[in-house]
Design a protein around this ligand. Sequence first.
Ligand code: 1HN
Length: 357
Amino acid sequence: MNAAESKVASAAATEARAALYAEMSPHHLTPLWEVLHALVPPQPNTPCVPALWRYDDVRPYLMRAGEVITAEEAVRRVLILENPALRGQSAITQSLYAGLQLILPGEVAPSHRHTQSALRFVVEGRGAFTAVNGERTTMQPGDFIITPQWTWHDHGSEADGPVVWLDGLDIPMIRFFDAGFAENGTSAQQQITRPEGHNFARYGANMLPVRYDAPHGSTSPIFSYPYARSREALARLERDGPVDAHDGFKLRYVNPATGGSPMPTMATFLQLLPRGFSGKPYRQTDGTVFSVVEGRGRATIGRGDSQWHYDFGPRDHFVVPSWHTLSLSASDECVLFSYSDRPVQQALSIWHEERLA
Ligand code: 1HN
């Protein structure tokens, strides 16, 4: 074939293909070869974008929410942190949800349970409590608290001011699997059957009951990881060194019975960046949500030719999507909490990271 002939042939092929696609479409058939490249991209190609929520911007809206609706009416009075590229999906990444929940003195967020797992990370105030499975835990800033899937949980407050926490849930992941169930309690507050601290004595002293029976399956039996303890560990590590060039000093929270993540769907971390730290870049396939606890610093996020610079301070939140490079630097000593879907990716053997120079 000469050039002119092959042009005619390819025009004929294009036409024949278009006719084929049009005729089979009503039968819900689609040619793979037109979409293959997008289905298996050479590297992760998330639709999510990086985003920063400054607490100074968010807090006034949260407090106004406190004026227009009660916790009881709302069931959960939460402002969802939505990824700007996923508006309307109640998602901060493709697999994870994040929100800031407000409870005011004397309020009750009524008891319910669901197959979604939840984490709470206390951002502002103290003296609210959450009840899980018949036991209360009082919230202090920086405490990491979990609600295992399918456990009754309600929140209340005997504080003298507002209490705000970050909710992290696996909502989009459970929605993806179409595996969600939920149920409301018969009373607003569950019955308390154990004194506060009981859970910590049983599971929180690097010991377990001799006949440990995994009350929540693969979820940690500990439901509150107090900030004071985790912070002290980081302070000690900082004194002793060595510092990791990418992470500073970074610890992951564990289920003490397995060494795995506290929840089957979400990993959680606490890290300290020493004053003046200038971290090397890295990227990971688990999109990660950060909550700043202490200090001021900068997150530099990159993907291809695009770069984002977020100067962050206490109570700010930001999201780093999958396979975006992140480098963290600290003008003061900083403490950051973070969570991601890493345990799920690791269970599927698809989790990847690259630590760059
Ligand atoms: C939920 O149960 C809580 O218990 C918070 O505090 C946020 C978002 C979606 C679905 C359930 C809570 C939630 C949620």
